[in-house]
Design a binder for this molecule. Structure first.
Ligand SMILES: [Fe+2]
Ligand SMILES: [Fe+2]
Length: 310
């Protein structure tokens, strides 16, 4: 906590650099308002466009939406670990306001277009929020910062890849997902910079936290119904994959300049080596998935009208 208190100035400065005036922000209605009006006309071309969205992309969209809907838990975790008496409080409010538009925008889109069964989605969201999000961070705020660095980049990639796949089919949804990915990229820049400062100030402890988070990383929807099926669909449909996760880890090891940090204890030096070797360990998992993917698998999900094979 002493290290984090020493970073108060940095956090306030990074948050100030991050914030945009409200006139420059995007809002769901700016992107979707006209589109929703055109839905009223029920044009055949538009209906065909929506019908053409394949099941695996719908399932990935639901997973992305559910991830966003965990916002009350993420807000709580930041407040819990960082306290209310620091620039973190202001950052938490700013970040939450920005994130809140994500679930709002995707939720409105799926509800107005009817591309997902509303009732099934509402029940899944309820079960997910009700179950909570309990990452294994103990009382370690460094783990929160390591996790958010990885997670913001993961959501950025997940929204962006899905957006790219959807754009030729349904450009309005594609554009929306790219907008959201842009926000996640800016959140990622904030958290990775804060954690860079933590690593410089306290490499011995920060490295231990980082390794623990890298090894156990899972998207926050873990407790959501159908989470593992949807995560598998993302992997099989080449949306968010273990190979993408490996790229994230490699990028961050480089950005944080991990190999050149100089921890003092032998244990921390060994941890540093393990972090550097970690991406290679993911290769075995990636190869395993490559084999599994050769055999298509059928999934039945309550929010889709038909079973899908990926
Ligand atoms: Fe988000
Ligand atoms: Fe974000």
């Amino acid at each position: 906590m002493g290290v984090l208190a020493g970073l108060s100035g940095t956090v306030a400065e990074l948050a100030a650099r991050h914030e945009r005036p409200i006139e420059e922000l995007w809002f769901p209605n700016d992107l979707l308002g006209t589109f929703f009006n055109s839905l009223e006309e029920k044009s055949l071309a538009l209906r065909e466009r929506l019908e053409a969205i394949p099941g695996e992309l719908r399932a990935a969209l639901v997973l992305n939406l559910l991830t966003e809907e965990g916002l009350p838990h993420f807000h709580r975790l930041i407040a819990l670990h960082m306290g209310e008496e620091s620039p973190w409080n202001d950052w938490n409010n700013l970040w939450t306001a920005e994130e809140s538009r994500h679930g709002d925008a995707i939720g409105k889109y799926v509800s107005k277009t009817g591309i997902i069964d509303d009732g099934a989605l509402e029940r899944m969201t309820y079960a997910y929020v009700r179950a909570g999000f309990h990452p294994n961070w103990g009382k370690d705020p460094y783990r929160l910062l390591a996790y958010t660095s990885l997670q913001e980049h993961a959501t950025q990639i997940s929204h962006a890849k899905l957006g790219t796949r959807l754009t030729p089919i349904e450009p309005v949804l594609g554009r929306l997902l790219h907008k959201i990915a842009g926000d996640e990229a800016r959140h990622y820049a904030f958290y990775r910079n804060v954690f860079l400062n933590v690593l410089r100030a306290d490499p011995d402890e920060a490295l231990v936290s980082l390794l623990a988070v890298m090894r156990s990383f899972a998207m926050p929807g873990l407790s959501a119904p159908n989470f593992s099926a949807m995560a598998e669909i993302q992997e099989r449909a080449d949306l968010f994959t273990t190979s993408e996760y490996k790229k994230i880890v490699v990028t961050l090891i480089k950005f944080w300049n991990i190999p050149n940090l100089t921890p003092t204890s032998d244990a921390a030096k060994r941890t540093l080596d393990r972090i550097v070797q970690f991406p290679a360990l993911l290769d075995r998992k990636i190869e395993g998935y490559a084999n599994t993917k050769k055999t298509p698998k059928t999934f039945e999900l309550g929010f889709l009208t038909h079973p899908i094979t990926v």
